[in-house]
Ligand binder design. Sequence first.
Ligand code: TXA
Ligand code: MG
Length: 326
Amino acid sequence: VIVGPEELEQCAERLRTGGLVAFPTETVYGLGANALDERAVARIFEAKGRPRFDPLIVHVARWDDAAPLVRDVPGEARRLAERFWPGPLTLLLPKTPLVPDLVTAGLGEVGVRVPDHPLARVLIERAGVPVAAPSANPFGRISPTTARHVADQLGDKVDAILDGGPCRVGVESTVVRCGPEGITVLRLGGVTIEELEATGERVRVTLQHAATPEAQAAPGNLLAHYAPRVPLRLWDAFGEMGRSADDVQVGWLAFRETPPSLRPGDVVEVLSATGDLREAAARVFAALRRLDEAGVARIEAERAPDVGLGRAINDRLVRAAAGGGR
Ligand code: TXA
Ligand code: MG
Protein backbone atom coordinates (compact mmCIF):
# COMPACT_ATOMS: atom_id res chain seq x y z
CA VAL A 1 0.00 0.00 0.00
CA ILE A 2 3.09 2.27 0.24
CA VAL A 3 3.80 3.75 -3.18
CA GLY A 4 6.48 6.05 -4.56
CA PRO A 5 6.27 9.34 -6.47
CA GLU A 6 5.97 7.40 -9.76
CA GLU A 7 2.40 6.56 -8.70
CA LEU A 8 1.48 10.13 -7.88
CA GLU A 9 -0.99 10.34 -10.77
CA GLN A 10 -2.85 7.27 -9.53
CA CYS A 11 -2.94 8.75 -6.02
CA ALA A 12 -4.38 11.99 -7.39
CA GLU A 13 -7.02 9.98 -9.27
CA ARG A 14 -7.91 8.11 -6.08
CA LEU A 15 -8.39 11.42 -4.27
CA ARG A 16 -10.52 12.83 -7.05
CA THR A 17 -12.78 9.76 -7.05
CA GLY A 18 -13.52 9.54 -3.34
CA GLY A 19 -10.54 7.51 -2.10
CA LEU A 20 -8.32 7.91 0.96
CA VAL A 21 -4.67 8.69 0.30
CA ALA A 22 -2.05 9.28 2.97
CA PHE A 23 0.60 11.73 1.81
CA PRO A 24 3.68 13.51 3.14
CA THR A 25 3.72 17.14 4.19
CA GLU A 26 6.58 19.09 5.77
CA THR A 27 4.97 18.65 9.21
CA VAL A 28 3.52 15.12 9.47
CA TYR A 29 1.82 12.66 7.10
CA GLY A 30 -1.79 13.54 6.35
CA LEU A 31 -4.76 11.26 5.68
CA GLY A 32 -6.32 12.93 2.65
CA ALA A 33 -9.70 12.91 0.96
CA ASN A 34 -11.56 15.23 -1.42
CA ALA A 35 -12.75 17.98 0.94
CA LEU A 36 -15.80 18.68 -1.21
CA ASP A 37 -16.99 15.05 -1.16
CA GLU A 38 -18.84 14.40 2.08
CA ARG A 39 -18.73 10.62 1.68
CA ALA A 40 -14.98 10.65 1.19
CA VAL A 41 -14.54 12.92 4.22
CA ALA A 42 -16.67 10.56 6.29
CA ARG A 43 -14.17 7.82 5.48
CA ILE A 44 -11.42 9.88 7.17
CA PHE A 45 -13.35 10.02 10.43
CA GLU A 46 -14.06 6.29 10.20
CA ALA A 47 -10.47 5.30 9.45
CA LYS A 48 -9.09 7.37 12.32
CA GLY A 49 -11.83 6.63 14.80
CA ARG A 50 -12.06 10.39 15.08
CA PRO A 51 -15.08 11.99 16.73
CA ARG A 52 -17.07 14.19 14.41
CA PHE A 53 -16.76 17.23 16.66
CA ASP A 54 -13.11 17.57 15.61
CA PRO A 55 -12.80 19.57 12.36
CA LEU A 56 -10.32 18.90 9.53
CA ILE A 57 -7.78 21.17 7.87
CA VAL A 58 -8.24 21.71 4.13
CA HIS A 59 -5.06 21.67 2.04
CA VAL A 60 -4.69 23.57 -1.22
CA ALA A 61 -1.76 23.94 -3.62
CA ARG A 62 -1.79 27.75 -3.61
CA TRP A 63 -3.58 30.73 -2.12
CA ASP A 64 -5.85 31.21 -5.15
CA ASP A 65 -7.29 27.75 -4.69
CA ALA A 66 -8.52 28.72 -1.21
CA ALA A 67 -10.69 31.53 -2.62
CA PRO A 68 -13.81 29.41 -3.32
CA LEU A 69 -13.67 27.99 0.22
CA VAL A 70 -13.49 31.19 2.23
CA ARG A 71 -15.11 34.62 2.40
CA ASP A 72 -14.22 37.90 4.12
CA VAL A 73 -10.51 37.25 4.27
CA PRO A 74 -9.09 39.83 6.68
CA GLY A 75 -6.00 41.69 5.45
CA GLU A 76 -4.04 40.24 8.37
CA ALA A 77 -4.79 36.71 7.16
CA ARG A 78 -3.72 37.56 3.65
CA ARG A 79 -0.44 38.94 4.96
CA LEU A 80 0.21 35.85 7.07
CA ALA A 81 -0.46 33.61 4.06
CA GLU A 82 1.95 35.68 1.98
CA ARG A 83 4.59 35.45 4.67
CA PHE A 84 4.24 31.78 5.74
CA TRP A 85 2.70 29.82 2.84
CA PRO A 86 3.68 27.33 1.70
CA GLY A 87 4.42 26.29 5.25
CA PRO A 88 3.26 24.96 8.60
CA LEU A 89 0.56 27.56 9.30
CA THR A 90 -3.19 26.90 9.26
CA LEU A 91 -5.49 29.91 8.96
CA LEU A 92 -9.04 29.73 10.31
CA LEU A 93 -11.30 31.68 7.95
CA PRO A 94 -15.08 32.07 7.52
CA LYS A 95 -16.21 29.30 5.18
CA THR A 96 -18.45 29.34 2.12
CA PRO A 97 -21.29 26.81 1.69
CA LEU A 98 -19.04 24.86 -0.69
CA VAL A 99 -17.23 23.39 2.33
CA PRO A 100 -19.25 20.51 3.79
CA ASP A 101 -20.24 20.93 7.44
CA LEU A 102 -18.63 17.60 8.19
CA VAL A 103 -15.21 19.11 7.38
CA THR A 104 -15.63 21.95 9.88
CA ALA A 105 -17.64 19.99 12.46
CA GLY A 106 -20.49 22.41 11.86
CA LEU A 107 -18.39 25.49 12.65
CA GLY A 108 -18.50 28.63 10.55
CA GLU A 109 -14.75 28.67 10.00
CA VAL A 110 -12.58 26.38 7.92
CA GLY A 111 -8.87 25.75 8.58
CA VAL A 112 -6.82 26.16 5.39
CA ARG A 113 -3.18 25.66 4.61
CA VAL A 114 -0.71 25.29 1.74
CA PRO A 115 1.78 22.57 2.69
CA ASP A 116 5.46 23.05 1.93
CA HIS A 117 6.23 19.66 0.44
CA PRO A 118 6.73 19.22 -3.31
CA LEU A 119 4.86 15.88 -3.44
CA ALA A 120 1.93 17.23 -1.45
CA ARG A 121 1.56 20.27 -3.66
CA VAL A 122 1.78 18.34 -6.91
CA LEU A 123 -0.61 15.69 -5.57
CA ILE A 124 -3.22 18.30 -4.61
CA GLU A 125 -2.75 20.15 -7.87
CA ARG A 126 -3.22 16.98 -9.94
CA ALA A 127 -6.20 15.89 -7.86
CA GLY A 128 -7.77 19.22 -8.80
CA VAL A 129 -9.75 19.38 -5.55
CA PRO A 130 -9.02 20.78 -2.08
CA VAL A 131 -7.83 17.98 0.20
CA ALA A 132 -9.09 17.56 3.75
CA ALA A 133 -6.42 15.87 5.85
CA PRO A 134 -5.84 15.28 9.54
CA SER A 135 -2.62 13.69 10.72
CA ALA A 136 -2.62 10.07 9.53
CA ASN A 137 -2.79 8.36 12.94
CA PRO A 138 -5.60 6.72 14.86
CA PHE A 139 -7.38 9.36 16.95
CA GLY A 140 -5.42 10.36 20.05
CA ARG A 141 -2.24 8.56 19.06
CA ILE A 142 1.27 9.63 18.01
CA SER A 143 1.42 11.51 14.70
CA PRO A 144 3.26 9.84 11.78
CA THR A 145 6.43 11.32 10.28
CA THR A 146 7.20 8.45 7.87
CA ALA A 147 5.15 6.37 5.42
CA ARG A 148 5.99 3.30 7.51
CA HIS A 149 4.37 4.90 10.60
CA VAL A 150 1.15 5.32 8.61
CA ALA A 151 1.28 1.77 7.26
CA ASP A 152 1.77 0.36 10.76
CA GLN A 153 -1.31 2.08 12.18
CA LEU A 154 -3.69 2.63 9.27
CA GLY A 155 -2.30 0.45 6.48
CA ASP A 156 -5.45 -1.58 5.97
CA LYS A 157 -7.75 1.46 6.00
CA VAL A 158 -6.26 3.59 3.22
CA ASP A 159 -6.18 3.18 -0.54
CA ALA A 160 -2.55 4.28 -0.82
CA ILE A 161 0.28 5.81 1.17
CA LEU A 162 2.47 8.11 -0.89
CA ASP A 163 6.05 7.89 0.41
CA GLY A 164 7.93 11.18 0.47
CA GLY A 165 10.54 10.28 3.07
CA PRO A 166 10.65 11.56 6.65
CA CYS A 167 8.90 14.86 7.40
CA ARG A 168 11.23 17.85 7.69
CA VAL A 169 9.45 19.85 10.41
CA GLY A 170 8.06 16.98 12.45
CA VAL A 171 5.36 18.78 14.46
CA GLU A 172 2.02 19.85 13.03
CA SER A 173 1.06 23.25 11.68
CA THR A 174 0.40 26.22 13.93
CA VAL A 175 -3.35 26.93 13.93
CA VAL A 176 -4.31 30.62 14.11
CA ARG A 177 -7.25 32.95 13.79
CA CYS A 178 -6.53 36.56 12.97
CA GLY A 179 -8.15 39.91 12.57
CA PRO A 180 -7.70 43.57 13.51
CA GLU A 181 -7.24 42.52 17.15
CA GLY A 182 -4.17 40.47 16.23
CA ILE A 183 -3.29 36.80 15.95
CA THR A 184 -4.77 34.13 18.21
CA VAL A 185 -2.88 30.85 18.34
CA LEU A 186 -5.08 27.80 18.92
CA ARG A 187 -2.40 25.17 18.43
CA LEU A 188 1.38 25.56 18.75
CA GLY A 189 3.25 24.16 15.77
CA GLY A 190 5.84 24.57 13.07
CA VAL A 191 5.57 28.36 12.80
CA THR A 192 6.79 29.72 16.12
CA ILE A 193 5.29 32.45 18.31
CA GLU A 194 8.49 34.42 17.76
CA GLU A 195 8.04 34.25 13.98
CA LEU A 196 4.42 35.38 14.29
CA GLU A 197 5.44 38.25 16.59
CA ALA A 198 8.06 39.34 14.06
CA THR A 199 5.21 40.27 11.70
CA GLY A 200 4.39 43.14 14.07
CA GLU A 201 0.96 41.75 14.93
CA ARG A 202 -0.14 41.21 18.52
CA VAL A 203 -0.03 37.49 19.34
CA ARG A 204 -2.20 35.80 21.93
CA VAL A 205 -2.01 32.10 22.75
CA THR A 206 -5.16 30.31 23.82
CA LEU A 207 -4.52 26.61 23.91
CA GLN A 208 -7.72 24.75 24.30
CA HIS A 209 -6.46 21.75 26.16
CA ALA A 210 -9.39 20.33 27.97
CA ALA A 211 -9.84 17.02 29.65
CA THR A 212 -13.20 16.33 28.02
CA PRO A 213 -14.82 17.39 24.75
CA GLU A 214 -17.61 19.11 26.70
CA ALA A 215 -15.16 21.29 28.63
CA GLN A 216 -13.30 22.74 25.70
CA ALA A 217 -13.95 26.12 24.21
CA ALA A 218 -13.38 24.83 20.69
CA PRO A 219 -13.12 21.39 19.10
CA GLY A 220 -10.00 19.26 18.89
CA ASN A 221 -7.00 19.83 21.08
CA LEU A 222 -8.04 17.43 23.81
CA LEU A 223 -5.49 17.30 26.58
CA ALA A 224 -4.90 13.57 26.19
CA HIS A 225 -3.39 13.13 22.72
CA TYR A 226 -0.19 11.90 21.07
CA ALA A 227 -0.52 8.98 23.45
CA PRO A 228 2.02 6.18 23.71
CA ARG A 229 0.75 2.79 24.90
CA VAL A 230 3.00 2.91 27.95
CA PRO A 231 2.71 5.64 30.60
CA LEU A 232 4.84 8.73 30.10
CA ARG A 233 6.11 11.08 32.82
CA LEU A 234 7.38 14.53 31.97
CA TRP A 235 10.26 16.21 33.81
CA ASP A 236 11.54 19.77 33.65
CA ALA A 237 15.05 18.32 33.33
CA PHE A 238 16.62 14.95 34.05
CA GLY A 239 19.63 16.66 35.63
CA GLU A 240 19.29 15.93 39.31
CA MET A 241 16.41 13.49 39.28
CA GLY A 242 16.85 10.35 41.33
CA ARG A 243 15.50 7.04 40.25
CA SER A 244 12.79 5.15 42.07
CA ALA A 245 13.56 1.74 43.48
CA ASP A 246 11.55 -0.27 40.95
CA ASP A 247 13.71 -2.32 38.65
CA VAL A 248 11.62 -2.05 35.49
CA GLN A 249 13.13 -1.03 32.19
CA VAL A 250 12.60 2.57 31.28
CA GLY A 251 12.59 4.44 27.98
CA TRP A 252 14.23 7.86 28.22
CA LEU A 253 13.30 10.69 25.91
CA ALA A 254 16.08 13.17 26.57
CA PHE A 255 16.32 16.58 24.99
CA ARG A 256 20.08 16.98 24.78
CA GLU A 257 22.09 14.90 27.22
CA THR A 258 22.04 11.22 28.07
CA PRO A 259 20.15 10.84 31.37
CA PRO A 260 22.16 10.18 34.53
CA SER A 261 20.80 6.99 36.05
CA LEU A 262 20.62 4.38 33.31
CA ARG A 263 20.22 0.70 34.01
CA PRO A 264 20.93 -2.24 31.72
CA GLY A 265 17.95 -2.69 29.41
CA ASP A 266 16.96 0.97 29.49
CA VAL A 267 16.44 2.57 26.09
CA VAL A 268 17.56 6.13 25.38
CA GLU A 269 16.53 8.59 22.69
CA VAL A 270 18.35 11.93 22.61
CA LEU A 271 16.42 14.46 20.51
CA SER A 272 19.38 16.67 19.63
CA ALA A 273 22.91 16.29 20.96
CA THR A 274 23.59 19.88 19.93
CA GLY A 275 20.40 21.23 21.49
CA ASP A 276 18.98 22.19 18.10
CA LEU A 277 15.20 22.67 18.38
CA ARG A 278 14.57 22.04 14.69
CA GLU A 279 16.33 18.71 14.87
CA ALA A 280 14.48 17.85 18.08
CA ALA A 281 11.07 18.68 16.58
CA ALA A 282 11.80 16.63 13.48
CA ARG A 283 12.66 13.64 15.66
CA VAL A 284 10.24 13.76 18.58
CA PHE A 285 7.34 11.67 17.24
CA ALA A 286 9.56 8.94 15.74
CA ALA A 287 11.57 8.76 18.98
CA LEU A 288 8.39 8.45 21.05
CA ARG A 289 7.25 5.61 18.82
CA ARG A 290 10.54 3.75 19.12
CA LEU A 291 10.38 3.99 22.90
CA ASP A 292 6.76 2.89 22.91
CA GLU A 293 7.69 -0.19 20.87
CA ALA A 294 10.84 -1.02 22.84
CA GLY A 295 9.09 -3.07 25.50
CA VAL A 296 9.82 -0.64 28.34
CA ALA A 297 7.46 -0.25 31.28
CA ARG A 298 7.27 3.52 31.05
CA ILE A 299 8.75 6.53 29.33
CA GLU A 300 10.50 9.33 31.21
CA ALA A 301 10.57 12.45 29.05
CA GLU A 302 12.35 15.74 29.49
CA ARG A 303 11.07 19.15 28.44
CA ALA A 304 12.77 21.09 25.68
CA PRO A 305 13.66 24.74 26.37
CA ASP A 306 10.37 26.65 26.26
CA VAL A 307 11.19 28.86 23.26
CA GLY A 308 10.63 28.60 19.51
CA LEU A 309 9.82 25.07 18.38
CA GLY A 310 10.51 23.91 21.94
CA ARG A 311 7.05 25.15 22.88
CA ALA A 312 5.39 22.93 20.29
CA ILE A 313 7.53 19.97 21.40
CA ASN A 314 6.56 20.55 25.04
CA ASP A 315 2.89 20.87 24.11
CA ARG A 316 3.06 17.42 22.51
CA LEU A 317 4.89 15.94 25.50
CA VAL A 318 2.41 17.36 28.03
CA ARG A 319 -0.40 15.76 26.08
CA ALA A 320 1.48 12.47 25.62
CA ALA A 321 1.85 12.41 29.41
CA ALA A 322 -1.89 12.98 29.87
CA GLY A 323 -2.82 10.25 27.39
CA GLY A 324 -0.05 7.69 27.83
CA GLY A 325 -0.65 4.24 29.28
CA ARG A 326 -4.14 3.77 27.89
O1 TXA B 1 0.40 19.99 10.07
C1 TXA B 1 -0.79 19.74 10.09
O2 TXA B 1 -1.65 20.59 10.42
C2 TXA B 1 -1.25 18.31 9.70
C3 TXA B 1 -0.90 18.10 8.23
C4 TXA B 1 -1.42 16.79 7.70
O3 TXA B 1 -1.37 19.18 7.49
N1 TXA B 1 -2.65 18.14 9.96
C5 TXA B 1 -3.14 18.04 11.22
O4 TXA B 1 -4.50 17.83 11.29
O5 TXA B 1 -2.45 18.12 12.21
P1 TXA B 1 -5.24 17.36 12.62
O6 TXA B 1 -6.61 17.09 12.18
O7 TXA B 1 -4.49 16.23 13.20
O8 TXA B 1 -5.23 18.60 13.54
C6 TXA B 1 -5.98 19.75 13.15
C7 TXA B 1 -6.22 20.66 14.30
C8 TXA B 1 -7.20 20.06 15.28
O9 TXA B 1 -6.79 20.39 16.59
C9 TXA B 1 -8.50 20.74 14.92
O10 TXA B 1 -9.39 20.83 15.97
C10 TXA B 1 -8.02 22.12 14.47
O11 TXA B 1 -6.80 21.87 13.82
N2 TXA B 1 -8.97 22.71 13.53
C11 TXA B 1 -9.19 22.34 12.24
N3 TXA B 1 -10.21 23.06 11.70
C12 TXA B 1 -10.64 23.89 12.68
C13 TXA B 1 -11.69 24.85 12.76
N4 TXA B 1 -12.49 25.11 11.73
N5 TXA B 1 -11.86 25.50 13.93
C14 TXA B 1 -11.07 25.25 15.00
N6 TXA B 1 -10.06 24.33 14.99
C15 TXA B 1 -9.85 23.66 13.85
MG1 MG C 1 -3.64 15.07 14.65
